[in-house]
Design a protein around this ligand. Structure first.
Ligand code: DGL
Length: 280
């Protein structure tokens, strides 16, 4: 059994590309519709009500393509609004929290797991709740990193970028006393600066395993589609269509650097045309 419909993926901006990069590798036959809500980024500094409203619009846009499943490649939306999305749409919706937390439990030896994420995600406590539902043995510490998303969205992603390194050191230093052996990148933007985070971590804490939430979620959606007989025909060459809600130029530039290929097929849409008005 195969299913030709595309997979929908969304984030507030560039972050969800960390999931797309993996999806392209592990599911090359799948068509993907990506939406980055660049006109309203960041989400992680906003209230749960606003995050939920934005996420409903984003889902509404993706559902206009008749997607077979949606990967919420945004830690903030996954933490705050996943239930609302599942209640409001009939299409299967997967987030990043559970997949990343499961992986963290697998790799942590000293059972001290840290989370770097947006303030909204840290405040919401979804990662912590999920980890403790797996086992009460895990100690957890979350650090909000509000400057990372603006830095990534503004293109400060090169490994040599001093300003990003400075903020990394500031955030990572908060974990020194806790001494985790595993750090979850709970915001999907952070893998775009993973090497800077890694190098800061190595210097300030020592060797730690880094869990990329977007990557883990991509692996999980593959399992889900495969179990449900929802994968596309393996003969098909998958295509990714990118949509954003603001200027396409800077998105194309950073996306091209991160994905390692020149991205040109990015379309700007007016997300207000897709305002969610309730379940039909
Ligand atoms: N990539 C989003 C996340 O995973 C970023 C949220 C934001 O826009 O602040 O949380």
């Amino acid at each position: 059994m195969t299913n030709k419909k595309p997979i929908g993926v969304f984030d507030s901006g560039l972050g969800g590309l960390s999931a797309v990069r993996v999806l392209k590798k592990i599911l090359p036959e799948e068509d993907i519709i990506y939406f980055g809500d660049t006109g309203r980024v960041p989400y992680g500094t906003r209230s749960p009500e606003i995050i939920t409203r934005y996420a409903l619009d984003d889902m509404n846009f993706l559902c206009s393509f008749g997607v077979k499943a949606v990967l919420v490649a945004c830690g903030t939306v996954s933490s705050v609004a996943l239930d609302a999305l599942r209640e409001s749409f009939d299409v299967p919706v997967m987030g990043v929290v559970e997949a990343a937390a499961k992986k963290a439990c697998e790799v942590s030896q000293n059972k001290k797991v840290a989370l770097l994420a947006t303030n909204a995600t840290v405040k919401n406590g979804a990662y912590e709740k999920y980890l403790s539902s797996i086992s009460s043995e895990y100690a957890f510490m979350g650090v909000g990193c509000p400057m990372f998303v603006p830095l990534v969205e503004n293109g400060y992603i090169e490994n040599s970028c001093k300003v990003t390194r400075l903020f990394c050191d500031e955030y990572i230093s908060k974990l020194c006393d806790f001494c985790p052996d595993c750090i979850i990148l709970g915001c999907t933007h952070y893998p775009l600066i993973k090497d800077i985070i890694k190098s800061s971590t190595k210097e300030l804490i020592g060797p730690v395993s880094i869990v990329d939430s977007g990557e883990q979620a991509a692996l999980e959606i593959k399992e889900f589609l495969s179990a449900g007989g929802l994968l596309n025909d393996t003969c098909h060459k998958g295509n990714v269509q990118y949509f954003v809600s603001d200027d396409t130029f800077s998105f194309c530039q950073s996306a091209s650097v991160f994905l390692g290929e020149h991205i040109t097929n990015v379309t700007k849409i007016d997300i207000s045309d897709y305002s969610y008005k309730g379940k039909k």
